[in-house]
Design a protein around this ligand. Sequence first.
Ligand code: NAP
Length: 343
Amino acid sequence: MGFPLKKKESYIVAVIGATGVVGREMVDILEERKFPVKELRLFASERTAGEGVNFQDRSLTVKRLSREGLEGVDLALFSAGEEASREFAPIAVSAGAIVIDNSAEWRMNPDVPLVVPEVNPDAAFSHRGIIANPNCSTIQMVVALKPIHDAARIKRIVVSSYQSVSGTGKDAMDELMDQTRALLSFRDPVPHVYPFQIAFNLLPHIGSFDPDGSTTEERKLINETRKILQDDEIRIAATTVRVPVFRSHSESVNVETERKLSANEARAILATAPGLLLYDDPQRKIYPMPVDVAGTDAVYVGRVRVDASVESGLSLWIVADNLRKGAALNAIQIAEKLIQAPR
Ligand SMILES: NC(=O)c1ccc[n+]([C@@H]2O[C@H](COP(=O)([O-])OP(=O)(O)OC[C@H]3O[C@@H](n4cnc5c(N)ncnc54)[C@H](OP(=O)(O)O)[C@@H]3O)[C@@H](O)[C@H]2O)c1
């Protein structure tokens, strides 16, 4: 059992990676949700240290991440990549902070809980200083599949993702913008972040390739889903694809269940599940799309139907804002659980 966050009126909070797309979202969400912040410390690398980020009508100066800067911090929200988390999360913990880490560095460590508050909130309290936030594509999938798993036990999942460029960070968003402008002006698009043109294209390649031909992103989706649902028997096939969308990830998901569910039963289960919005009336052209979901908090599910290719199967379409529920919002919801816990 981990140490609790000491009950206080308000907390010293650090955002590490504060000039990134997730870090900026974290700062906005802390303000929006009125998280009890006594002092907010913002960190990045030397590249953007010195920049200002707005919080509660003030511009706070971003500092270069350092050991000294983390002294006295109660809650450290890391969103600065694996290297920074590897080195500085343990430093923050030894300085007395609880870390919620957005990188992949600690997610599969057996001593680190991997938490989605709608799915496994209690796991947060087993931490030993570090709590991991799952991968963006994992979070939205488990929020939608947990109620189905509870009702009918999922045996197999086949998922194909359509992931926006903001999932790669701010440089990738600039790249999509620059390449789109270039192509519309009859100039050649120049790839920097991605290996190929991303504008008006899609790349069946997120992360790096394993020797078996899968990608690291696909492996994360599989391993993290099993860890969060605490079920190593679920068979999962994943194909992750980068698409020229700025914000929100979409997923086409087929599940095979032990108990057969009709589409209406599945809809009824999804309609009352926490964190989910059932947006499903195809006759009226109601289904979730990334442009509508961007900037919102829920995980949206639509196109719910029976998958008749197996004995008992369902097909679903799941969309969520990867920067909010897929990253910053989930981290802050975990922090809210910690401060709301009875002592
Ligand atoms: N984007 C998503 O949808 C998403 C979802 C889930 C998890 N994540 C994870 O969240 C993290 C940040 O992603 P992002 O999309 O926000 O990337 P990003 O837009 O590229 O921002 C990265 C941030 O981290 C800072 N940073 C990088 N290296 C650092 C270091 N050594 N020390 C201190 N700060 C450092 C950057 O500052 P400088 O510019 O000064 O270097 C910047 O503020 C990554 O670990 C990513 O895997 C992202």
